[in-house]
Ligand binder design. Structure first.
Ligand code: AQP
Length: 326
C-alpha cells in the first residue's frame, strides 16, 4: 500500500492543514510506503511573490519534519523537482473534459467575481490527479475541501485504464469524521485558509503564544452560553471543540461533559493552553531543522526516491499511449 499527499507553499501551515491532513500523514507513514510533497506547481495557479514562495517552500518542508514526518519512513520532496508531475498532467489534461472541471467548487470559489482566471487554476485538479496517479497511490489523506478532486482523480484513472489498459491504481479518499474541515476563527462559515487576509482567522503552526491567545479569545462564537457541538446552530463553538478534540485526544462528548455549566471564556482559555503546549515542541524542532543542511539533503533524497517511481510510471504511460521512447 502506498500513501501520497501534499501541501501548497502558499503560507505557513495552519491548524486546518495540520488537523485535516498532516496529522494523518504522520500516522500513515508507519502503516505504508509514504510520499509527501510540497506542491509548488499548484501554488502558482494564483500569483506568488518569488522570494516568499521560496521561503514558504522550505518552511513547509521543515514543518513536515517538525510535526513528525520521518525521512527514513517517508519520501519528502518538492513537486517541481520531479518533472514527471507536469508531464503526466498534460497527458491527463487530454483525457479530462471541460464540463467536469467546470463543476469543481474550488475553482468556482477561487475565481468568483473575477472576469477571467488563469487556465492553470481551472485545470489544477488535473495536476492533482497526475500527482497521485504518478505514484499509483492507494490512499490520499486530504481535508474534505479536496474530496471532489479525488473523485475526479478516480474518474480519470478509470477512464485511462479502460481506454489504454490497466495502468493506474484507483485511489481512495482518506478523510476523517471530525476535523476534515476546520473553519475560520473570525467567520466559522468559511474554511480556515492560508490566503485569508485576516491573520486572526487562523492559527499557524509557527504563531507565537500571544498570537494564539488573541486569535482564540477573539474567535467568533454565538450569543448563547451552552458549550454544545452543533455545527449548524453553533458553528463557532463547534469549530473550537473540534480543534480542542484534535489537540487533546479527548472526544467531543467528553469535552461537552467537561465544560457543562462553564462559559465560553473557560473553554477558550484552556484551548489556548492546549494549542500552545502542542505547538511549542513543533516550533523548537522547526527552528533546528529549517536553517540546516540536513533539510536540503532530505529533499534531495526524497526527490530521488519519488523520481524513480515517477519515471517507471511514465514509461508505462507512454508505452500505452503509443509514444516512441528512444
Ligand atoms: N480548513 C481546513 N480544514 C481541514 N483541512 C484543510 N486543508 C486545507 N484547509 C483545511 C487541507 O490541508 C491540505 C493542504 O492544503 P493545501 O495547502 O494544498 O491547499 P488548500 O486546501 O487550498 O489550503 P488553504 O490553507 O486554504 O490554502 P490556500 O489559502 O492557499 O488555498 C489539503 O489536504 C487540504 O484539504
Amino acid at each position: 500500500m502506498r500513501v501520497f499527499s501534499g501541501v501548497q507553499p502558499t503560507g505557513n501551515i495552519h491548524l486546518g492543514n495540520y488537523i485535516g491532513a498532516l496529522k494523518q500523514f504522520v500516522d500513515l507513514q508507519d502503516k505504508m510506503e509514504a510520499l509527501y510533497c510540497i506542491v509548488d506547481l499548484h501554488s502558482i495557479t494564483v500569483p506568488q511573490i518569488p522570494e516568499e514562495l521560496y521561503r514558504h517552500t522550505l518552511d513547509v518542508a521543515a514543518l513536515y519534519i517538525a510535526v513528525g514526518l520521518d525521512p527514513k519512513k517517508a519520501s519528502i520532496f518538492i513537486q517541481s523537482s520531479v518533472k514527471e508531475h507536469a508531464e503526466l498532467s498534460w497527458i491527463l489534461t487530454c483525457q479530462a473534459y471541460t464540463g467536469e472541471l467546470n463543476r469543481m467548487t474550488q475553482f468556482k470559489d477561487k475565481s468568483h467575481g473575477k472576469e477571467s482566471a488563469p487556465v492553470g487554476l481551472f485545470s489544477y485538479p488535473v495536476l492533482m490527479a497526475a500527482d497521485i496517479l504518478l505514484y499509483k497511490a492507494d490512499w490520499v489523506p486530504v481535508g474534505n475541501d479536496q474530496k471532489q478532486h479525488i473523485e475526479l482523480t478516480r474518474d480519470l484513472a478509470v477512464r485511462f485504464n479502460n481506454k489504454y489498459g490497466e495502468t493506474f491504481v484507483v485511489p481512495q479518499y482518506k478523510g476523517m469524521e471530525v476535523g476534515a474541515r476546520i473553519m475560520s476563527l473570525d467567520d466559522p462559515s468559511a474554511k480556515m485558509s492560508k490566503s485569508n487576509p485576516n491573520d486572526f482567522s487562523r492559527i499557524s503552526l509557527l504563531d507565537a503564544p500571544g498570537k494564539v491567545k488573541k486569535s482564540i479569545m477573539r474567535a467568533t462564537t454565538d450569543s448563547e452560553t451552552v458549550i454544545r457541538f452543533d455545527p449548524v446552530e453553533k458553528p463557532g463553538i463547534s469549530n473550537l471543540l473540534t480543534i480542542y478534540s484534535a489537540f487533546s485526544g479527548k472526544t467531543i462528548p467528553e469535552l461537552e461533559h467537561q465544560y457543562e455549566g462553564c462559559g465560553y471564556g473557560a473553554l477558550k482559555k484552556d484551548l489556548v493552553e492546549v494549542v500552545n503546549d502542542t505547538l511549542q515542541p513543533i516550533q523548537e524542532r522547526f527552528q533546528e531543522i529549517r536553517p540546516s543542511e540536513e533539510l536540503i539533503k532530505i529533499l534531495k533524497q526524497g526527490r530521488d526516491q519519488a523520481q524513480a517511481i515517477a519515471q517507471q510510471t511514465m514509461r508505462e504511460v507512454k508505452e500505452r499511449l503509443g509514444f516512441v521512447q528512444l
